[in-house]
Design a binder for this molecule. Structure first.
Ligand code: 13P
Length: 336
């Protein structure tokens, strides 16, 4: 097995998943606003320090996705975050896209930028200790959206990114996110997600990306957030799994979902139901941002005295999702 295939398998190892803590400076600013914490480098560092030094985090978390600034930062005692994570058996990862930008001539749609100079940046990230990378494509559903132009351009960018990662020594997390916002039905979400995944795997094949050396990070098949008819959790689980079986080759070692605005416990429940259905060719786990961090950031609220309680909140969500990744979760465990 290649080194990258080994890393990809470790990222989705049994009962473990990924913590997405790669919010850009702008995005973490929005999260800090809600807890009235100033968006300055020291606060961003202190927040990530709280997350990464949670005792025993490596039991349930296989990897953490970092932002460029965070990859270069250190814990309060001077230990580089990369070393702190590695010591706890957690693989450091890095967001390498430059963000989803308005797509020229496609009003309402977005294209992810960041391919120029990417090989050079990836090489530096490997030297700094990163072992995997993330690139997020954004697909919006709306009137006349998504367009073929948007689906194809984003799939192409994902595949070019993945090829560059594999060449430079990083496992690419391939993330085509179909956004939940909107009035669309779960049927529409399913159709669009199927289209996006088919185009993505076609582009990956064109760019000679090695499927054994990637992790797929898709959104789940859900009703639009403003749809009057909300599908229940079992329907979400069944439709998502049926779709993934149709579109994702068995050579892919694992699928790690994004939470995309689902509430904490709903995201855990969906993952658990899929694993309970079983019979899967790939590992099915989590790569949650908000659904792992929400209770922790609220508890922390920027105060050093709250660090132990905030870490306990993070560890609890990580444990619940770890159980869900093995199909062993139940809502009753939440209160224990
Ligand atoms: P959410 O789980 O909050 O959607 O974040 C995951 C992520 O990394 C989005 O790119």
């Amino acid at each position: 097995m290649t080194e990258l295939a080994r890393i990809a398998q470790a990222m989705v190892a049994k009962g473990r998943g990924i913590l997405a803590a790669d919010e850009s400076t702008g995005t973490i600013g929005k999260r800090f606003e809600r807890i009235a914490v100033e968006n300055v480098e020291e606060n961003r560092r202190a927040y990530r320090d709280m997350l990464f030094s949670a005792p025993g985090l490596g039991q349930t978390i296989s990897g953490v996705i970092l932002y460029d600034e965070t990859l270069r930062q250190s814990s309060a005692d001077g230990t580089r975050f990369v070393d702190l994570l590695t010591r706890n058996d957690i693989l450091p990862g890095i967001k390498v896209d430059a963000g989803a930008k308005d797509m020229p001539l496609f009003p309402g749609e977005q294209i992810t930028e960041g391919l120029d100079g990417l090989a050079r940046r990836c090489t530096e990230y490997v030297a700094l200790g990163a072992r995997f990378a993330k690139w997020r494509a954004v697909i919006n559903i709306g009137k006349g959206m998504p367009s073929n132009g948007c689906i194809v351009a984003n799939a192409h960018a994902l595949a070019r990114y993945a090829a560059i990662c594999q060449m430079t020594g990083l496992v690419p997390i391939v993330e085509p996110e179909v956004i939940m916002d909107g009035e669309h039905t779960i049927d529409t979400c399913e159709r669009v997600t199927e289209w996006a995944l088919q185009e993505t795997f076609s582009a990956l094949a064109n760019q000679r990306v090695v499927l054994e050396e990637i992790v797929l990070k898709p959104s789940m098949v859900v009703s639009g957030s403003k749809c009057a008819q909300q599908a229940g959790p079992q329907e979400v689980a069944e439709r998502t799994l049926r779709l993934l079986k149709r579109t994702v080759p068995a050579a892919v070692p694992g699928i790690a979902f994004l939470s995309g605005g689902q509430s904490d416990e709903v995201a855990t429940d969906h993952l658990d139901r899929m694993n309970k259905l079983g019979g899967l060719p790939w590992a099915l786990t989590f790569s949650y941002g908000r659904a792992l961090q929400q209770p922790a950031i609220k508890t922390w609220a920027g105060k050093a005295a709250n660090v132990p309680a905030a870490q306990a909140a993070l560890l609890h969500r990580a444990r619940m999702n770890s159980l869900a990744a093995m199909g062993q979760y139940s809502a009753a465990l939440e209160s224990r």
